[in-house]
Write a protein that binds this ligand. Structure first.
Ligand SMILES: [Fe+2]
Ligand SMILES: [Fe+2]
Length: 312
């Protein structure tokens, strides 16, 4: 029987990124479960019903397995020790005016890393603000492409899930750091204002030029990798003593499948690796442009066959 199962494969990216997209293979079925579960009555998951209605069988069995797994999150990267420590700072050279506009926007927003020595609390404040912003582009991109698919009545060719997964990943960064610091009302007001401005600006820009937006995110993630690298270096140099013995919050241990004795440093390594993945992905999306199929998506047995993308 002709299989329509899709696999992700990357020929030109680093190992963590490759693994990330390979794991994304199961996102579609899992998202189906997420959206269907609350709509189904308890009886729908009973095995006798499954036997009576074969077309429900596969989904219901999967729901039961899904419930047992107790994991509601979209698939994301779990890194090996080597992958965590192999992350490099990189910078993409400008190739077009899109790139210059995108980089100019990053510079204008002054999101670059700071050279000042910062305390633990200052780092947390910076992380929380940046992550509250970083969760916007993936959601806007995914939403925009979803809407475009609806109004143009054309397929998306594999971008939407990937972008939504990125947004969730950034939100988990934020939730992790919020376990360590609860912002006050002024900070929350700044986040509210920042989100209002950035969401609308990014959304309008995405309608005009998705290419600039993905390049912008690529450059933003370059800065994020630098920021987290600098923080890890400060930690290793003993400049952040409170974090040397700070255990990782449970939410982070669960999300990245860290060991029970994981520490703050393990979180910083995992977040940095995520940012490096976003960096490579968004630069590649900007390279191929919005009308190309997801460059990371190919059919396992029929590479290059356009029909491989027919379900997206
Ligand atoms: Fe992040
Ligand atoms: Fe990121």
């Amino acid at each position: 029987m002709k299989s329509t199962r899709l696999l992700f494969r990357i020929h030109y990216l680093s190992s963590p990124t490759t693994k990330y997209f390979y794991q994304l293979n199961s996102i579609q079925s899992r998202c189906l479960l997420h959206t269907s579960l609350s709509l189904m009555s308890k009886d729908m998951t009973k095995m006798n019903l499954i036997e009576e209605h074969p077309h429900v069988k596969t989904m219901s069995k999967a729901i039961i397995q899904h419930k047992q797994s107790d994991d509601y999150m979209m698939n994301h990267e779990i890194y090996s020790e080597k992958e965590l420590n192999d992350i490099k700072i990189t910078h993409k050279k400008f190739e077009s005016w899109h790139d210059r506009v995108a980089y100019g926007a990053v510079r204008t927003l002054q999101i670059q890393h700071s050279h000042k020595t910062m305390t633990e609390q200052q780092w947390l404040r910076r992380f929380i603000f940046l992550e509250s912003i970083a969760g916007v582009p993936g959601m806007v991109g995914g939403m925009s492409r979803h809407m475009k698919s609806l109004r143009t009545m054309r397929r998306d060719y594999g971008w939407i899930h990937m972008l939504l997964s990125e947004a969730e990943n950034e939100r988990m960064h934020l939730l992790t750091f919020l376990e360590l610091r609860q912002p006050g009302w002024f900070f929350r007001g700044m986040v509210l204002f920042g989100q209002g401005v950035f969401f609308n600006a990014f959304f309008l820009t995405y309608l005009l030029s998705p290419r600039i937006c993905h390049r912008f995110v690529g450059f933003l993630e370059e800065e994020a990798v630098i920021t987290y690298t600098r923080c890890i270096e400060d930690l290793d140099a003993g400049k952040l003593p409170a974090w040397l013995t700070l255990p990782a919050p449970k939410i982070a241990k669960n999300y990245w499948k860290l060991s029970e004795n994981a520490m703050m440093r393990d979180i910083l390594l995992a977040v940095r690796a995520d940012e490096a993945t976003h960096r490579e992905v968004n630069h590649k999306l900007a390279d191929v442009g919005p009308d190309a199929p997801n460059p990371f998506l190919i059919q396992a047995k029929q590479a290059g066959d356009p029909s491989a993308l027919q379900e997206h």
